[in-house]
Design a protein around this ligand. Structure first.
Ligand code: AMP
Length: 579
């Protein structure tokens, strides 16, 4: 076993894997026996933290005390309220990472301290650094941040060492979309090009469906979301289930909850067919096209030349996505690897590569820089000088590590100082790109305008950028390394976040299964009719009471009764432990 674990920190679910000398990459089960840990955090009234399945169930009945989908605001200053507290995306993610590490420790029998964590290829520097910070808040040494499609490619490459093909990784998760073109040849994996959208994923399909159902029912989606959150969260959950059902069925019925989020016995429902769902989602499918076209263009490849399409992310299970891909590429995508698991497994392969594990010694991997990197320059247009233009130095999809140089020049006579502002992005104007940092160059010897300054960018496999500026005439050299810049946080604030997260108290790991059942049953209460509700409440009260009792026999008995009651009502509890 490698000591470094591989972690897929997903919008909806997170997974952890380790590389085993005999079995290759293997996934680690969590406290409730599943390899998927929902990326949901809940705060109980007593201040303890719940994560994963129990928190996901809790999010339906107590949305104000739970946080989900926080990966979507990684790298921003946003905070999510959780009860009377507020948490940033790295803080919430660190709670998930800590859970995964605790599970890994329980499963492997040794302390886990190092990890490779995956991020969407299109995560910018802020988002990557926020992810790294999340790892550090969880007490982990983040050995490398790798791109999710690159990880998927590593799983593919590990299993198909002999292949010689062009492959496209199509990654549609809960909240992000990435597409990556790669070539595999005699054990060498070469990432050719990558592109994506950080605000597009399966959740948008659920959202579209939720809004459609509300509109069909004569309601205004925005008003319902704001004024009737229980109706909204319950309906969203039903729409998510309906969306998943539509992956296998021709049509589904979606029941309409009342303002309290409850379902009446003979309440209204709305029928959605696959075709109607596809129409509804046409604008979303359209948004998938641009990153695909850009990747193929950058990689000088036509849709026909792509030999295999690897699916990553739960949302690629949608029937309409398969149909979309078949139309675009003229071939069906490959379904050999589980789209939920392929990224975490690849992160474990990366961990093995970093550990120089002999099982991967024949594998070589090259990656690309997903963005253009450059500096701000001014342009002299006629008699006026205009600032804010972008001079690319490393173009997107250049193979890394890479070192490139460009020359800029002083604008005025006797200019002694230049501020080199470093940006990431594709726009012609810097204000539309992301600023990464700056480097002050001074001591330029007096002279006429136009004195050359050489700017060299060196970008490594970890996405760390070194910027160097050399004043040509004096040979003066200035240097900075742009790394670990977390938006809106200085050193002290980072330390405060570390201290704060150390104080977080987790619900005991070996009792999480019971919390899972408790919150599951609580949310079923909102769905059953009044008679059943009374019976279920009674079984639930007794179970809850037994949770505080030391009599294990009584506890097991009441747990059995609650499971049976749920089963009889058609809401059998899927305990991942029993799967
Ligand atoms: P991920 O972030 O990769 O875990 O993807 C989660 C997204 O995949 C969520 O939006 C889920 O609703 C969606 N998803 C999971 N399973 C299915 C399925 N069988 N059919 C359609 N969407 C699914």
């Amino acid at each position: 076993m490698t000591r470094i674990v591989g972690i897929d920190l997903g919008t909806t679910n997170s997974l952890c894997a380790v590389f085993d000398a005999h079995q290759g990459p293997v996934l680690i089960p969590n406290a409730v026996g599943s390899v998927l840990t929902p990326s949901v955090v809940g705060l109980l009234d007593d201040g303890r933290i719940l994560t994963g399945y129990p928190a996901r169930e809790m999010s339906v009945t107590r949305p104000e005390r739970t946080a989900a989908r926080f990966k979507r605001f990684m790298g921003t200053d946003d905070h999510r309220p959780l009860g009377d507290q507020k948490f940033s995306a790295p803080e919430l993610s660190s709670v998930i990472l800590k859970t995964l590490v605790q599970d890994a420790r329980a499963h492997l029998g040794y302390q886990v301290t190092d990890a490779v964590i995956t991020v969407p290829a299109y995560f910018n520097d802020n988002q990557r650094n926020a992810t790294k910070l999340a790892g550090e808040l969880a007490g982990l040494k983040v050995r490398r941040i790798i791109n999710e499609p690159t990880a998927a490619a590593l799983t593919y490459g590990y299993h198909e060492k002999e292949a010689d093909k062009k492959i496209l990784v199509f990654d549609l998760g809960g909240g992000t979309f990435d597409v990556t073109l790669m070539e595999i040849f005699e054990g060498t994996l070469e990432i050719i090009a990558t592109a994506g959208r950080s605000q597009l994923g399966g959740e948008d399909f659920t959202e579209s469906l939720t809004r459609h159902v509300l509109t069909e029912a004569g309601m205004e989606p925005e008003r319902v979301e704001e004024l009737e959150p229980l109706r909204y969260t319950r309906l969203r959950k039903l729409c998510e289930q309906a969306k998943i059902q539509l992956s296998d069925e021709e049509e589904v019925k979606i029941a309409l909850p009342d303002a309290e989020g409850k379902l009446a016995e003979n309440g209204d429902d709305i029928t959605i067919t696959r075709a109607a769902f596809a129409d509804l989602c046409a604008p979303l499918l359209d948004r998938l096209k641009q990153p695909i076209a850009r990747t193929l263009r950058d990689g000088e490849c036509t849709p026909n030349e792509v030999q295999d399409i690897i699916l990553v992310g739960g949302a690629t299970r949608m029937y309409l996505v398969h149909q979309f891909l078949a139309d675009y590429f003229g071939k069906q995508p490959m379904c050999k690897h589980n789209p939920d698991e392929v990224v975490a497994m690849g992160a474990a392969v990366q961990a093995a590569l970093m550990d120089d594990h002999e099982a991967v010694e024949e594998m070589v991997m090259t990656d690309v820089c997903p963005f253009t990197l450059g500096v701000e320059v001014s342009k002299r247009l006629g008699s006026s000088v205009r600032d804010g233009y972008y001079l690319p130095i490393i173009h997107r999809n250049t193979t890394v590590p890479v070192s490139k140089e460009e020359v800029v020049a002083t604008l005025y006579d006797n200019q002694s100082q230049v501020m080199v502002k470093v940006y990431q992005g594709e726009s012609r104007k810097t204000k539309e790109n992301l600023m990464l940092g700056e480097l002050e160059v001074n001591g330029i010897p007096p002279g006429p305008a136009g004195q050359p300054i050489y700017i060299r960018f060196t970008y490594d496999m970890n996405g760390i950028l070194e910027v160097e500026a050399i004043v040509h005439d004096s040979g003066l050299k200035f240097q900075t390394v742009l790394t670990h810049h977390v938006k809106g946080l200085n050193e002290q604030e980072i330390q405060r976040a570390v201290d704060r997260m150390q104080e977080v108290k987790f619900y005991p790991r070996d009792e999480l299964r019971h919390q899972h059942l408790l919150h599951y049953a609580e949310q079923v209460i909102g769905e059953v009719n009044p008679m059943e509700r009374e019976r279920l409440e009674e079984a639930l009260d007794q179970f809850e009471q037994a949770l505080f009792d030391t009599d294990r026999e009584l506890f097991e008995h009441r747990r059995g009764l609650l499971l049976e009651t749920l089963d009889n009502m058609g809401y059998a509890f899927d305990d991942p432990e029993d799967l």
